[in-house]
Write a new protein. Structure first.
Length: 100
């Protein structure tokens, strides 16, 4: 079977309290990284919801549980009321397939 190599960019939110993960939500996906990142950076439809302080945009190719090569992390900033790009948090150092 020939599969498309067209990626999707999944948006996943997490509650992070210190070094403990709380609830998780899969918000959706887009066909371009730029569009997915724009959704996160602008907090469209209130992705934050008062609790999802970490957002992840993860590039996925078709297949069963693949390992993403491109993953971007964003953290909610209470002062500016928006998400900001951050380096991969330590708690996610060994994690992959965030949408699962």
């Amino acid at each position: 079977m020939v599969m498309s190599e067209t990626p999707i960019y999944m948006i996943t939110g997490y509650e992070l309290h210190g070094n403990k993960l709380g609830d998780k939500v899969n918000w959706g996906f887009y066909y371009s990284f730029e569009e997915a990142e724009k959704i996160v950076l602008n907090n469209w439809t209130d992705l934050y919801e008062g609790c999802y302080n970490i957002m992840i945009v993860e590039e996925l190719l078709p297949g069963i549980v693949n390992n993403s090569k491109k993953i971007s992390f964003y953290q909610w900033n209470n002062n500016s009321k928006c998400y900001e790009f951050i380096n991969r948090p330590e708690i996610f150092k060994r994690s992959c397939c965030f949408f699962c």
